[in-house]
Design a protein around this ligand. Structure first.
Ligand code: 26V
Length: 819
């Protein structure tokens, strides 16, 4: 890790501010042809981005020059999603320019924060998986490890969320990437991507099978590079995003044939390939466009990987000594078939050699245990879109099944269980199985998750190849999620520890020394209050709702999904509401903050949002709740909104049904900003609890094992829980008595699911959850003890830096030098 200088002297800040001011004037004049008097805030945004971009590019070229002299192994992180968010402030922070830039702006009568707030989020991801990828590329750059993120430059990121009353409405999110100051188009490195067509069988002189793929369609992949600058500015890597464009070769052919309209048509359909990010939890199976997107990414990335490798002059059998390919979930798994195709068909390697090279190069991260989220593609579709790849997948499967039969015997049911092809009805390719057999490493993202992969998800593969399975518990970058999101807290850490904690998060351990220092605890308390006031101003400004910063802020922010159990949270809020209005009880003042998007086609998730917003309206409008209970659902959750909410949280809700949340990373962000967690023993919650100590973590609910057993033996009967718990029964009754929506039937489906099947065990965990919240309310009364707990947590969360996670990948999976 680089040694960081103490805060630059104010003299130096003044000098740097003067330089920035000059450059701003020059950008405004010569790039935008504007005078300062006529410049809009958006003009100033462009100008400041351009000033930063110069330095980013200088760092990038210096890094590339240095590495050219000393070629080393590089990781290619393939991901359909990179949830980057905004880049201006993070780049300023990395370059140590935040203060001088703020000063330069102030000298011009401008407010940097206000200008920066106009930048559009790059929302090229759905949630956890995409944000993890963004944290990883940032950590790679900060640690000066050679790596490149490879993704798609979608024109439209994840949809914007608006509301029609309580109902979610989706709007297109056009992020204007064509004019982004952070992207550099590399048309000279474009590549050709083939699709459809057929395979012509033929044999070489020696009798070897030499098939030729005659594609039916050809398009271009255009790289756009987003430099990712490491903290301290010492190194920069690339996030390379490909956009699809019609290939001129083919277009000309059609033009010559006289089909003008057809040619333009072709262009339209080709360019839809990188048009829009698919929302997760949307039924994507059988969606041809999604399959093509996935192949498009892998073909473009593989082209770059082999081009860069060819510069080494090494024989292709040595690919794995210069390149590691990490698959972020199964979405880029076709890279395994693509690499085999190039090695066998183009480089003419024998199958076994090609297979060893492929396995040694590729590794796969699993991010979900939910069966419905496992990717499967219909064989028919795959055959039509990628005929040669389908042949290769069959061949991989045949060889793997031979091995499985040799091990277990012919009729053993385990053989069918590991097949890459799912039989019965329409046949499907199981992408996770392809990823597993084609990789030397398969990892989960938290300890429990990795155990469940081995024991329940793919036990037979674990039996066949136990050495390939390993765990890499997720992490988050402390730059964005602490230094950038929470400047007052970061300043306290700087004052107490020096600046190094930003790149060595384990140093937070030294904070524990101040646990019994009342003045320190008081400073912490004041910072939290100021952050809560800031959020309250935002909520008032954007929604017109007044929050009480003295109340406990209880936060659940994440995608809306049944397994994440926002429904359990709102049921408990209803319970509090009934205690106030029906039982006349006094409850400690609380503010509940929700945010999150539901996939457009996920009806159950949309119903949950509807209920939360309706209950919020009822509670916020009831004078008996004034000063006691407030509920807000903030629209359009995204990285930037997370940065605003997280520093203001007192309590972090991490309440997924045990055994369903692979890891979670919001849990880490909130805890690192001083929120105490109420959570199930699921995903990384378990490891967080181990680090902070059980007395500083409000654990409740069934264990993954107990849930698993009840699922297996069918012994769960939710209605029995309602019958045994009067509080719960009362809450459930209000779902169908029309009190939150005059349409009585509106929430009947939620009620029926809870009382009938309750797939995610809400009712089983309700009483334990309510009990945990009673303890929280009591503990929050002793404010000093509360902040002491929060401090203790922060001091023990160094483990959850993505620097640690990436270092583990780099050492144990990618084998990068200097990691
Ligand atoms: C699935 C699909 C299928 C339809 C097309 C679009 C799409 C996009 C994403 C996904 C799978 C998402 C899986 C995911 O986000 N998993 C989360 O990964 C986090 C990082 O490891 C982890 O913290 C969360 O627990 C896990 O839910």
């Amino acid at each position: 890790m680089p040694d960081l200088p103490r805060n630059a002297s104010s003299d130096q800040t003044v000098r740097e501010a003067a330089v920035i001011q000059q450059e701003l004037a020059s950008e405004l004049k010569y790039r935008l042809a504007r005078t300062p008097e006529r410049a809009t805030e958006d003009d100033w945004l462009v100008a400041i981005c351009m000033v930063v971009r110069r330095r980013v590019i200088t760092a990038l070229l210096a890094t590339q020059h240095r590495r050219q002299a000393n070629p080393a192994k590089k990781v290619y992180y393939l991901s359909m999603e990179f949830l980057v968010g905004r880049s201006l402030v993070s780049n300023l922070l990395s370059l140590g320019m935040l203060e001088p830039a703020r000063m330069a702006m102030a000298n011009l009568g401008l407010d940097l924060e206000r200008i920066a707030d106009r930048e559009h989020d790059a929302a090229l991801g759905n949630g956890g998986l995409g944000r993890l990828a963004a944290c990883f590329v940032e950590s790679l750059a900060t640690m000066d490890l050679p790596g490149m993120g490879c993704g798609i430059k979608y024109d439209y990121g994840l949809f914007r969320q608006e509301f029609d009353g309580p109902a979610q409405v989706e709007r297109a999110d056009f992020w204007g990437s064509d004019h982004s100051p952070w992207l550099i188009e590399r048309a000279d490195e474009s590549c050709i991507v083939n699709l459809y067509g057929h395979v012509e069988e033929s044999h070489a002189a020696d009798g070897a099978y030499r098939p030729a793929w005659i594609p039916g369609n050809t398009l271009l992949g255009i790289p756009h590079d987003m430099p990712i600058i490491g903290y301290g500015g010492r190194a920069a890597n690339l996030l390379r995003l490909y956009s699809a464009r019609a290939s001129e070769v083919l277009e000309m052919g059609v033009f010559n044939a006289g089909d003008y309209v057809g040619a333009v048509q072709h262009q339209i359909s080709t360019e839809t390939i990188s048009k829009v990010l698919y929302p997760s939890d949307e039924p994507s199976q059988g969606r041809e466009l999604r399959l093509i997107q996935e192949y498009f990414l892998t073909a473009c990335a593989m082209n770059d990987i082999l081009r860069e490798f060819s510069e080494s002059g090494l024989p292709i059998e040595k690919l794995h000594t210069r390149a590691a390919i990490q698959l972020n979930d199964t979405h880029p798994t076709l890279v395994i078939a693509e690499l085999m195709r190039l090695l066998v068909d183009h480089h003419k390697l024998p199958w076994d050699v090609a297979w060893s090279v492929t396995q040694a190069t590729c590794s796969y991260t699993n991010h979900t245990l939910l069966p419905e989220a496992l990717e499967r593609w219909p064989v028919d579709l795959m055959t039509r879109v990628l005929p040669r790849h389908m042949q290769i997948i069959y061949e991989i499967n045949a060889r793997m099944l031979r091995m499985a039969r040799a091990r277990w015997g012919d009729g053993d049911p385990r053989v069918a269980a590991v097949s890459l092809i799912e039989e019965g009805g329409t046949r499907h390719v199981r992408m996770a199985h392809l990823a597993i057999v084609g990789s030397h490493s398969i990892n989960g993202v938290a300890q429990l998750h990795t155990e469940l992969i081995k024991q329940s998800l793919v036990p037979h593969f674990h039996e066949l190849m136990p050495e390939r399975f390993n765990n890499k518990t997720n992490g988050i970058t402390p730059r964005r999620w602490l230094a950038q999101a929470n400047p007052p807290l970061a300043a306290l850490f700087d004052d107490t520890l020096g600046p190094q904690w930003v790149v060595e998060l384990e140093r937070l351990r030294e904070l524990a020394r101040h646990q019994d220092d009342p003045a320190f605890i008081e400073r912490l308390a004041r910072i939290k209050l100021a952050n809560k006031e800031r959020l309250a101003r935002h909520v008032h400004g954007s929604m017109g709702v007044l929050l009480d910063p003295a109340s406990l802020y209880d936060v659940q922010i994440k995608r809306i999904h049944e397994y994440k159990r926002q429904l359990l949270h709102i049921l408990h809020i209803i319970h509090l509401y009934l205690r106030i209005v029906d039982h006349g009880e006094d409850v400690a003042p609380r503010t509940h903050v929700f945010a999150g998007k539901a996939a457009p086609g996920y009806a159950a998730a949309k119903r949950i949002i509807h209920l939360i917003r309706s209950v919020a309206r009822t509670i916020n409008g009831d004078p008996r709740c004034r000063g006691r209970l407030n509920v807000v659902f903030l629209p359009d959750y995204k990285v930037t909104l997370a940065e605003r909410i997280i520093p203001a949280a007192d309590v972090s809700e991490q309440i997924s049904t045990a055994g369903t949340e692979a890891s979670g990373t919001g849990n880490m962000k909130l805890a690192l900003n001083g929120a105490l967690t109420v959570g199930t023993l699921d995903g990384a919650n378990i490891e967080i609890r181990e680090c902070v100590g059980p007395e500083n973590f409000y654990a409740f609910g069934l264990l993954a094992e107990e849930v698993g057993a009840m699922r297996r033996d069918g012994s769960y009967h939710p209605a029995q829980y309602a019958a045994r718990s009067p509080a719960l029964a009362e809450v459930l009754g209000t779902l169908i008595d029309g009190r939150y929506d005059s349409d009585r039937e509106q929430y009947r489906l939620l009620y029926d699911e809870l009382m009938g099947r309750d797939h995610y065990f809400h009712l089983a965990d309700f009483d334990a959850y309510a009990q945990a919240h009673r303890t929280i309310a009591q503990d929050f009364n002793d404010r000093r003890a509360w902040h002491r707990k929060a401090l203790h947590c922060m001091a023990h969360l160094g483990h959850f830096s993505s620097d640690r996670t990436v270092r583990e990948y780099a050492r144990e999976i990618w084998k990068l030098e200097g990691a």
